[in-house]
Design a protein around this ligand. Structure first.
Ligand code: ASP
Length: 365
């Protein structure tokens, strides 16, 4: 992360009435790259990440916000397709280092892997009590029709939004995109084209953005954290997806479940958590579980939960020792496995934490 900071202080009324008697919120912007700050390479015509200065030049309105803002940026801003756990550790490290100095954080990020980063950070930032708002855009900030300006400004306003008692309104990792603020570990990128690119199919929006920012207070995490804020840096990448489809071959499934070094598998199943009833299929899973692999059942459906007891096609999977992922997104499930294996060598501990909702990532009936 580049240590040089851009600092821009600005005053101006943004229509938040509970603000008048309170101090101006201090927000740290963490720029990682993504389309929002990209420009076109004149030789290839392809979009490439560019620096934060360029982004600022294109949003002079930032100076009108009633916020104190500073920024840090990746040494080399990236397309989020290159995002990896080292980058997450870097982002989490900046938040930890600056936790007491700022009231909120806005992370500028590419959309492609934004839901993974949001999920990973939600697990890494334990006892978070301040807003971490992730945003980006579908069109670069320099484009006349950009969605980046509005997303950036709204994300900053949300990061600075406080209750009358001075507490931040948002105390979790969230994605702000177009019309909604979504819980980070419930979000998925569903469109590579629409400005409304993200959805949260199993959890209501934290806020709806219209002429005002309407917070959905019943859905926010408002309880006091159980302890001091801390960052869990460990992320173990010995995890993978196995995505089922009709006709998937025994040799392929055996090969995947026997991948050397693998500790956790998120198996994407049909409907309510179902898979083929072929004995070889159940046996392959059972053998993997007996070898100590944690297998988690996630539905390929974007809405609803796995319920493996509903059909006998799901019963076999659950009897083989597969852990229910309930209504988690696949992004949350895979990053949760990385996080848990990064924090513990005990398979039993990983399984029991996998069954719990750590920070609102799943609904347990
Ligand atoms: N490929 C870009 C990225 O994820 C897409 C975007 O930002 O919208 O960095």
């Amino acid at each position: 992360m580049k240590t040089s900071r851009h600092s821009f202080r600005k005053r101006g009324y943004i229509g938040n009435s509970c603000r008048s008697t309170q101090k101006t919120p201090k927000i740290l912007i963490i720029y990682t790259g993504g389309t929002i700050g990209m420009i076109e390479n004149p030789d290839t015509g392809a979009l490439e990440p560019f620096n934060f200065e360029h982004l600022l030049e294109n949003v002079p309105k930032l100076r009108l916000l009633d916020l104190e803002m500073e920024s840090v940026e990746f040494e080399n801003p990236i397309d989020s397709s290159s995002m990896n756990p080292q980058h997450w550790q870097e982002i989490a490290g900046v938040i930890e280092e600056n936790y007491d100095k700022y009231d909120g954080f806005v992370v500028l990020h590419g959309t492609d892997t934004m839901a993974y980063t949001a999920s990973a950070l939600s697990f890494m930032l334990e006892n978070l009590n301040k807003p971490v708002i992730i945003t980006g855009s579908q069109l670069p900030i320099g484009d006349v029709r950009t969605d980046g300006e509005e997303n950036l400004i709204t994300a900053l306003q949300i990061a600075g939004a406080t209750c009358p008692n001075g507490n931040p309104k948002i105390r979790e990792v969230a994605i702000l995109f177009e019309d909604f603020l979504l819980r980070g570990n419930r979000s998925t990128k569903h469109s590579s084209d629409n400005f409304a690119a993200f959805s949260s199919n199993n959890y209501p929006p934290l806020a709806e953005i219209g002429m005002g920012i309407h917070f959905n207070f019943d859905q926010l995490r408002l309880s006091e954290p159980k302890g001091e804020f801390k960052v869990n840096y460990g992320m173990d990448t010995n995890v993978m997806y196995v995505d089922l489809f009709p006709g998937i071959q025994e040799g392929v499934v055996r090969h995947l479940f026997n991948t050397p070094g693998i500790k956790g598998i998120v198996m994407k199943t049909f409907g309510a958590g179902n898979g083929p009833n072929d004995p070889w299929f159940i046996k392959t899973i059972q053998e993997a579980v007996e070898r100590g692999i944690v297998v988690v059942n996630i539905s390929q459906c974007s809405n609803g939960s796995v319920n493996p007891g509903l059909y006998s096609a799901g019963l076999g999977i659950s009897k083989a020792g597969v852990v229910s992922g309930h209504d988690m997104t696949s992004e949350a499930a895979i990053t949760k496995l990385m996080h848990l294996f990064g924090c513990s060598d005990s398979r039993d501990e990983v399984i029991s934490a996998m069954k719990e909702s750590i920070c609102g990532e799943m609904t347990i009936e």
